[in-house]
Design a protein around this ligand. Sequence first.
Ligand SMILES: C[S@@+](CC[C@H](N)C(=O)[O-])C[C@H]1O[C@@H](n2cnc3c(N)ncnc32)[C@H](O)[C@@H]1O
Length: 210
Amino acid sequence: MINGFDLLASFYDRLAKLVFGNNIKKAQCEFIEQIEEGSYILILGGGTGWILNEIFNRKNSVKIVYVDTSLEMIKKAKLTLEENWSSQVIFVNDTYQNTITKTPFDVIFTPFFLDMFNDVEVSNIIIELSKNFRTNGIWINTDFRNTRKINQKLLLKIMYLFFRAVCKIAACKLPNFEKNFYHNGFKKVTSTFFNGGIIESSIYKKIEND
Ligand SMILES: C[S@@+](CC[C@H](N)C(=O)[O-])C[C@H]1O[C@@H](n2cnc3c(N)ncnc32)[C@H](O)[C@@H]1O
């Protein structure tokens, strides 16, 4: 079966810029400074790869496992990655379920990834990935957010119709990210809004048991 994201890969970033200006990028870069040097990072559904250079330009000793099910996105990400960082990235053209590593991640980054799944799936993803995550690690989630604005509600509806038709994503509405993180032992420690509030970048951390 054709992967819909393969069809979008060549113009995905231009399309995102057309609709959201630079906010898609700004939101994903918001918390790069919070990543500690030397961190072992998992990026899920990274897309075309521009985020890799953004991270390495600020944090040059990190190591990244970059997972995306779209072969075209992975190809593009490999081309986009500046050569001097290539030994610090492992590209995985597969789903997160098949990304097995022995070392726990210090940072998990889900940029516009969890919105493709329904609440049950999001919860399962959090449970699964938590098993391979350092107790004091940070989970950066950048994604869309429901607002009361009619034009933004409409935009989200159109996006879901589009991605369901082209990319066959399972979800038909935004899951409740915060609730799913909370129910699985995480709390939101900070967040920033973009593009009139429809985009939110957040850091989640594991709730420490006393
Ligand atoms: C909405 S796009 C976001 C791309 C990028 N993060 C951005 O914001 O520009 C979602 C990405 O997740 C990838 N993807 C979809 N399902 C996936 C899965 N189960 N595991 C890993 N990646 C997946 C798609 O190929 C696509 O590149």
